[in-house]
Design a protein around this ligand. Structure first.
Ligand code: ZN
Length: 129
């Protein structure tokens, strides 16, 4: 019998929408892109133009008995990539880097690039993902 239920711990990724990242594993290894969306529950991110997957759509499928039919064809969409397969690109030194969490002089939480030692400032908000 399981005594411990899964905790509804709120995961938080250290990546946010708009971050520049480089893929370090898989078919898009070495490519850079911008984070479109984060999936904290799955530890995954969606990166613009990377990890494209082709999805085949059948023509003439009808949903809910409606009169309209979907156009068939093949579309590309960005599949989520696991956090461990990407690295943040430091906006200061432009290199893929690891980061350390720091408290900025202003008292706000921030990150520091372990490559160049510069604090990384976010355009977007880190909180409230
Ligand atoms: Zn740096």
């Amino acid at each position: 019998m399981l005594a411990n239920k899964a905790k509804p711990a709120r995961r938080r990724l250290d990546l946010v929408k708009g971050d520049q990242v480089v893929v370090i594993a898989g078919k898009d290894k070495g490519k850079q892109g911008q984070v479109l969306r984060t999936l904290p529950e799955q530890d995954k991110v969606v990166i613009q133009g990377l990890n494209l997957v082709k999805r085949h759509l059948k023509a003439g499928q009808r949903a809910g008995g409606g009169a309209q039919s979907m156009q068939g064809g093949i579309i590309d969409f960005e599949a989520p990539i696991h956090r461990s397969n990407v690295m943040l690109v430091c906006p200061n030194c432009g290199r893929p880097t690891r980061i350390r969490r720091i408290t900025l002089p202003t008292g706000r939480k921030g990150m520091e690039c372990l490559n160049c030692g510069q604090p990384i400032e976010r355009v977007g908000r880190v909180e409230g993902q």
